[in-house]
Design a protein. Structure first.
Length: 469
């Protein structure tokens, strides 16, 4: 038996490749399925099953394409109703893979079709669970994402999740290994550990949601407390995972079409395409196409695209570092953004060489920013998350979180410069690009963000541990 966790950091997502005696199961695969096909070929093994723990909201799974390529059936848990052929397993149903067995544990609560797959070794001993979004390390799945579809309140879903955990998962042996679908950074939970594998026994000790003496009322209150609104693209990803989607090869062919500066400009002017610049923030600051939006590949690219652009059908024209064209389009497709229609061939240098207009962002270091803060009444805007801001922030700075930026546009001064910062410099450039696209140009980005401001000695509020907020 071989179990491999294939973890994608930018999505904080874990897919799984399990092989036994020449047969393979894939659990919650990513959109691009070639790596699974190559791995099975190298192992001289056959992909027999594709297990889906639920209809994912934060990424588009590769189940439809992988089934088409291999003939392997897609397996969902009870109550799932996809638009394509799939095995809708019964609670307790077993599937044999080589010398091992998967048992279906229906664990509704995150969503009503959510299912955990219990792996038993060749001796019949419980070995591991693939818990999807039912159980994370340090947390459990948020119960608000399926609220409308399930015609239940988030409190009712949380109560259902409480029952699932206590009747299906917590009775299992402490040495059972937990393989979740996500880790720290995912929007599917709020308190996840940075680790991606643990034992169930350790989770029973330290996961707040698995306390033995916890009442259902306490569970519901704690699980639903402090939930941020889910990103707007989540329902669109659920729809694609449930109904199917275009083959990724077609998406790549369309999105990796090189366009000359003239073609790029013509399409941008005559269509409703958004120009998305995915270079490093330092490069974007030095020069970019006017009104383009920056979201760099070097950060949490796909989640920010989903949160800020929201509409997965939005046509996109891309400015990409040379050689990263397929990477950029692939990562967009992972969260359902399939409408890339080409990229600027030759990049920003070709744009400049063609005599096209360039815009820039004024960006300063911490030393200069401190001088401005100390000697003038310049306003400071903090685009970090609310929790980061509450924990510690520049004295008198205003909180305008990046995820809610459009709600705060009226708060930015029409005249006079103002400073924008985040934690390290990535999100503030995203925010600056959005503000400039809205006609707000009197901003100054602080390179390096709050970290360098604090180090430079800029006055801040007293630190409060985030876990106490």
């Amino acid at each position: 038996m071989n179990i491999e966790q294939i973890y994608t950091g930018c999505l904080a997502q874990g897919a799984y490749y399990i092989e036994s005696d020449g047969e393979v199961a894939i659990i919650d695969p990513l959109r691009e399925v070639t790596p699974y096909l190559k791995r099975a070929k190298n192992d001289k093994a056959k992909i027999k099953y594709i297990f889906e723990t639920h209809f994912h909201a934060d990424f588009v799974s590769g189940h439809v394409t992988l089934s088409k390529e291999t003939g392997a059936p897609i397996i969902f848990g009870p109550t799932a109703n996809p638009s394509f052929d799939a095995i809708i397993a019964k609670d307790g149903q077993e599937f044999k893979l080589g010398k091992i067995t998967f048992k279906v544990l229906h664990t509704p609560g995150h969503t009503m079709e959510s299912t955990t797959y219990l792996l038993r070794d060749e001796k019949g001993k419980d070995h591991a669970i693939f818990s999807g979004d039912t159980l994370f390390l340090g947390d459990v799945g948020r119960p608000d994402l399926a609220q409308k579809a399930a015609d239940m309140t988030q409190e009712q879903l949380a109560g259902t999740l409480f029952d699932s955990l206590r009747t299906k998962i917590m009775p299992l042996s402490d040495d059972v290994i937990v393989y979740p679908a996500h880790g720290a950074g995912s929007a599917c939970g709020k308190n996840m550990m940075k680790e991606t594998v643990d034992t169930l026994g350790n989770q029973k000790k330290m996961n707040y949601a698995l306390r033995a003496d916890m009442t259902k009322e306490e569970f519901v209150k704690e699980v639903t407390d402090g939930l941020l609104p889910p990103p707007k693209y989540f329902p669109l990803n659920v729809k694609m995972n449930k109904e199917g989607y275009e083959d990724i090869e077609k998406v790549l062919d369309r999105g990796t079409k090189g366009l000359s500066p003239e073609e790029f400009e013509l399409i941008a002017n005559e269509s409703e395409a958004l120009v998305l610049d995915v270079r490093h923030q330092d490069e974007f600051v030095k020069g970019h196409i006017p009104r383009s939006i920056f979201i760099g590949l070097n950060g949490d690219f796909a989640p920010w695209v989903g949160a800020l652009i929201a509409d997965t059908k939005q046509p996109l024209l891309l400015v990409i570092p040379e050689g990263m064209e397929e990477e950029a389009v692939t990562r967009l497709s992972r969260v359902g953004f399939d409408a890339s229609i080409g990229y600027l061939k030759g990049g920003i240098e070709a744009w400049k060489a063609a005599g096209k207009e360039i815009d820039k962002i004024t960006s300063i270091g911490a030393e200069e920013a401190k001088k401005m803060i100390d000697s003038t009444n310049i306003k400071v805007f903090d685009v970090r998350k609310k929790g980061e801001y509450k924990s510690e922030h520049v004295l008198d700075a205003e909180s305008t979180p990046l995820s809610e930026l459009n709600k705060h546009l009226a708060e930015y001064p029409e005249k006079g410069d103002f400073l924008v910062h985040c934690a390290g410099g990535y999100r503030s450039v995203i925010a600056s690009s959005i503000l400039k696209s809205r006609g707000i140009h009197n901003l100054i980005d602080v390179k390096g963000g709050f970290g360098v401001l604090k180090k430079e000695g800029v006055r801040t509020t007293d630190y409060v541990c985030p876990t106490t907020l």
